[in-house]
Each structure stands twice: as C-alpha cells, then as structure tokens.
Design a protein around this ligand. Structure first.
Ligand SMILES: Nc1ncnc2c1ncn2[C@@H]1O[C@H](COP(=O)(O)OP(=O)(O)OC[C@H]2O[C@@H]([n+]3cccc(C(=O)O)c3)[C@H](O)[C@@H]2O)[C@@H](O)[C@H]1O
Ligand SMILES: Nc1ncnc2c1ncn2[C@@H]1O[C@H](COP(=O)(O)OP(=O)(O)OP(=O)(O)O)[C@@H](O)[C@H]1O
Ligand SMILES: [Mg+2]
Length: 274
C-alpha cells in the first residue's frame, strides 16, 4: 500500500488541531478507566525533565488523585528519576518532579547496571558497544527498572509515545518505546506544549529543547540535530500542512524505515514488511 502524508496522519491518529482542555480531560479519563478496568493500583513513569514525561506524569498524577477521592482504594503514581550517573540537566528533572508531585518519588541510578552489561558483552565478544549503541542500552535499562517497579507496586508502565516520535521512529525499540499504556498517543510536540501551558507547568519545561540525552559523548544532543528535521516540520506534516518536498520525502522514508518498531515481532504470517 502506498505510504503518504495522508495515510501516516490516519495511522498515527494525528489531529490538525486540539482543544487542550478537552484533551487533558479525555486522557485523564482514559488513565482512570484503564486502572478501574485492569485492577492495577497505579502507574509508573521515568521523569527526565523533558516535555513528554512532564505531561504524561502530570496527567497520571491527576488521574490517581481523582480516583483516590472517588474510590475506597489507594492509587499511586510513581515518578522515577533514572539518571545515568549525574544527569546534565538534573535541575529540570527536579523541577518536573516538583510540578508533578508524584505519590511516590524515587531515583534509581542506571549507570551500574548499564556499565556491567556493557562489560559482560565486551568480555564475551572482545568488542565494545559504541556510544550510540550504549545509548539504546540506557533506554532499555530504564524500561526494565520501570517494569520492576511496576511489578513491585502493582502499577502499569506509562509510555510517552507521541505522534511526532512515532513518525520518525525516534525511540529505542523495547526501550522507551515499550510500555503498557500510552496516554499521549496521537499528539504532536506542539499540542503537548499547549496542554502543559493549560496545566500551568513551569515554562522552562515546555520551552526546553527536546533531547534523548542518551550519548555520553554528546550530553543533551538536540533530537532535531540528530534527526536532521525540526519538530516544527514534523508537526506541520502531522497537521496536514504542506512541507518542503525534501522534508516530506525524508519523513516518509523514516516512517517506512522504522515500520518494524510499530509492529509486534515479525512472524511468518505477516505481510506488512513486504
Ligand atoms: N527491518 C527490521 N525488522 C525487524 N527488526 C529490525 C529491523 N531493522 C532493525 N531492526 C531491529 O531494530 C534495532 C534498531 O532499533 P533500536 O534499537 O531502536 O535502535 P535505533 O533505531 O538504531 O536507534 C534508536 C534511535 O532513537 C533515538 N532515541 C532513542 C530513545 C529515546 C529517544 C528520545 O527521543 O527520547 C530517541 C536514538 O537517539 C537513536 O537515534 C536493530 O538493532 C534490530 O534489532
Ligand atoms: N534521565 C531520565 N530519567 C528518567 N526517565 C527518562 C530519562 N531519560 C529518558 N527517560 C524516559 O524516556 C522517555 C523518552 O524520552 P524523551 O526524550 O522522548 O521524552 P522526554 O525527555 O520526556 O521529552 P523530550 O522529548 O522533550 O526530551 C521519557 O519520557 C522518560 O519517561
Ligand atoms: Mg528527553
């Protein structure tokens, strides 16, 4: 099937425009309904100090706060800082934690686990993971810690998957791409920003340059620099606007190239990859 701007917008549930207040309400309700339906006791999410985890964390905290008022149960949101050693923008992570005020606030340093795993692989192969590959290990270690905490506290793992990153596949497969529930799905970066404004988040958090911050050699490397496309261009594309032909071609190519990340493992019965 032909992949086009139109088909991508449809497949990623991207909207031309949102009413931020309505989106906040709908997505809090989704988080509440899902807990009631599954019987889980809350949610867990890594809080980086970036835009997406600030928004998803705040919605999750608001959802459990409402449930705690409405039901005879105790629900928790676990906000967990997951630095690799010392995080270069630790101050932003603290600001995000203060804004969200999680029911349970934790910090787990992922450095020892990541370094041990890298050393064990080096011992076995005689080869070193490069800085980029180790970046993906960090994202997968963060996923693992969130699942361990989720199991311990009977909480489900939240993902910050948004349309702007789904489009380019700019996330680690089974790392930050893995989760139980994705309350921001369909939104673009600009729309997330509007929602954080309505939620009265500190401006520094939604004006912040998005970064995966995975490479030790390039702390805080802006996503836009790594991708070679700006979020304005990505969001224009997702909102159905005309973008430069070379940008359109690049985004469609990235979308196709990362299709495997948006599917369950390929089996002999699948046709989508052909
Ligand atoms: N056609 C195919 N069918 C099935 N599987 C396929 C495949 N091609 C690759 N793969 C598998 O996928 C792997 C590559 O995918 P993956 O491990 O994700 O790695 P990759 O896509 O190479 O790297 C992840 C990218 O996402 C960025 N990122 C990561 C995490 C967070 C953020 C952020 O914005 O916060 C950004 C990161 O900076 C990097 O540029 C391969 O090693 C292989 O195992
Ligand atoms: N240092 C960190 N501490 C805790 N969680 C992290 C950390 N780095 C990444 N994560 C988790 O991985 C997710 C994906 O990272 P990503 O950079 O896309 O989102 P973000 O940092 O919240 O927002 P932004 O895209 O604006 O930087 C985050 O939302 C967060 O849940
Ligand atoms: Mg980030």
């Amino acid at each position: 099937m032909e992949v086009s701007q139109h088909s991508i917008i449809r497949d990623l549930y991207a909207e031309k425009a949102i009413h931020p207040e309505d989106e906040i309400r709908k997505r809090i309700n989704f988080l509440k309904d899902y807990l009631l339906q599954t019987g889980a006791k809350g949610y867990v999410l890594g809080i980086s100090g970036g835009q997406d985890s600030t928004l998803a964390g705040k919605l999750a905290q608001l959802a459990v706060d409402e449930l705690n008022k409405e039901k005879n149960e105790t629900y928790n949101f676990i906000g967990v800082r997951l630095p690799y050693g010392k995080q270069f923008d630790e101050e932003d992570a603290m600001t995000a934690m203060n804004f969200i005020a999680p029911s349970i606030a934790l910090t787990v340093d992922i450095q020892p686990a990541v370094d041990q795993a890298a050393q064990a692989i080096e011992k076995a192969t005689g080869r070193k993971l490069n800085d980029f590959q180790k970046g993906n290990t960090k994202a997968r270690e963060r996923m693992k810690v969130q699942y361990d905490l989720g199991a311990m506290y009977q909480c489900l793992v939240i993902g910050t998957n948004i349309a702007s990153e789904e489009l380019t596949g700019f996330y680690t497969k089974y790392g930050d791409g893995a989760c139980d529930i994705a309350p921001l799905y369909g939104l673009n970066k600009r729309q997330g920003k509007q929602m954080l404004q309505v939620l009265q988040a500190p401006q520094a958090l939604y004006e912040k340059v998005p970064t995966a911050d995975l490479e030790s050699d390039h702390p805080g490397l802006p996503d836009e620099e790594a991708l070679g496309v700006t979020y304005d261009e990505i969001d224009d594309f997702l909102e159905g606007r005309k973008v430069d032909a070379s940008i359109e071609a690049k985004l469609i190519q990235l979308y196709k190239q990362t299709a495997h990340k948006r599917k369950l493992p390929t089996t002999i019965y699948d046709q989508w990859w052909k």
